[in-house]
Design a protein around this ligand. Structure first.
Ligand code: ROI
Length: 170
């Protein structure tokens, strides 16, 4: 049986890292994501410097959000992101909320809700993470509906900046 390619879906991806040279790593990850067959870049936010959520004895993070159009199903997209994390030297240390070379998350996949052992969409952290909401608001419509959480503009309005700063415009 052959599978028809899926109708293109807009997905939003979160990129983050706080080791080595996170700016270069995120820029490289962006290129790698855009080069995956079945993924097309639509928009990319500014890069942001953010204070670590979780243990504070780790370097500040660089974060960004990317909008893509994709014909990959959610788990295919996840697999592609995991491969790119690995090819950029990510090692899972097992330390919860510890420092990381490169973290690639699916924040939203169309208006889909998914919850299984490997994937939760919308990403659970969206609603209260300034380093996700502000870059997302830069490239998405304010009235974007985050399934189960409300409108993007309302979530942003309720989220303190916690020292978040734009660090470089491309
Ligand atoms: N903190 C910030 N500021 N940015 C991140 O991307 C990030 N990612 C994580 C944890 C450890 C929760 N903290 C973070 O996975």
């Amino acid at each position: 049986m052959t599978h028809e390619p899926l109708k293109p879906v807009i997905a939003y991806l979160g990129l983050g890292g706080n080791l080595d040279n996170p700016l270069d790593l995120l820029a490289s990850a962006r290129k790698a994501i855009a080069a995956v067959p079945g993924i097309r870049e639509i928009a990319f936010s500014s890069f942001y410097a953010s204070k670590p959520m979780g243990p504070t004895d780790q370097p500040d993070y660089i974060n960004a959000v990317m909008a893509v159009e994709t014909t990959l199903p959610p788990h295919g997209l996840l697999r592609a992101l995991l491969m790119i994390e690995l090819s950029h030297g990510r090692v899972r240390t097992g330390q919860r909320w510890g420092p990381r070379i490169l973290d690639l998350d699916i924040l939203l996949y169309g208006n889909g809700n998914i919850a299984d052992e490997s994937l939760t969409i919308p990403h659970t952290g969206i609603a209260d993470r300034e380093f996700v909401l502000y870059p997302l608001a830069e490239i998405a419509q304010p009235n974007l509906e985050i399934p189960g959480m409300g409108l993007l503009c309302d979530l942003v309005a309720a989220c303190p900046l916690r020292g978040l700063e734009v660090i470089r415009h491309d």
